[in-house]
Ligand binder design. Sequence first.
Ligand code: X1X
Length: 326
Amino acid sequence: RNLTRAATLVGLCMAGTTAVSAQEITLRGASMFDEQHAFTKTMEKFAELVDEYYDGDVVFDLRLNGELGVEADYVTFLQQGVAIDYTIMAPSNMATFAPSIPLMDMPFLFRDQDHWEATLSSDVLKPLEDELLEKADIMVIGYTGGGVRNVISKEPIENLEQLAGFKMRVMGAPIQAQIFSALTAAPSAIAYNEVYNAIQTGVIAGFENEAASIQNLKFYEVAPHVTLTKHAITVRPIVMSGKTFRKLPDPLQQAVLKAGVEAGAFGRELESREDGQKLQEMVDAGQLTVHEFANREQLLEMVAPVQDAYAAELGATELLEAIRAK
Ligand code: X1X
């Protein structure tokens, strides 16, 4: 199924992404990770389900290990309708095109796993999806995620005093930097594929991420301390370029929409289940040391005004209330 071909990115862009003919349709996906990561497994599940629901031939060409770049690249490709057709990505990596979309992965948005699941299995996020489609021509076809994001650092961090001035990488959406600034850290937006080196060379002292990705990309080699800030449960839309979707025959469009929702549910169950296991595997292997964060509840109080101001600025106060009420 995963037909990895040795083609350059330029070649891919020039070739276009979707060959629609009576004989064959090719859909190209991208993952920053290898076969072991939940995103990759979820995209494989998506392909399997499309095959099951569509009575025709589709070739899924899923490129792994960051062969086609990182999420910040994918969002441009999807918006332009080149190089890739579908992927899974963080809303905070799509802010350039749709400023409101990072509301759905804003730190401290969800109280717990039940709140997160209730939100993702409802249609409360639809206004954000509509904006993404309108402004970036990117369709949300399902929701995966479920990893718990924590602070990862070179040196141990156990309380607010130690978090103060912590030079850390955050994702590109301004709300990410605003939240960590409110916690008195010193955030800066750095591309994901530069994080490892930036920590190694001392440009930053750490970042924040979930277990699946820390393990897959071996971030523990440069940042062996994890602090249980538990500031986010990941929301990761499965997305498809609108330019691709519109070229597909109607029965395939229906199969894609059904498969997207079901692959999302599969991915949420998988990543949530594996999250604690993967953290423990890294602890057991001596790769990570876990630290509790003293007075975590205080963090919630510090960020609430920042969340409110961000939603107000977007005209999304009611939406934020609706998510909080889920
Ligand atoms: O922090 C990031 O940019 C990345 O972190 C993990 O690898 C994933 O959640 C991914 O979607 C991206 O957000």
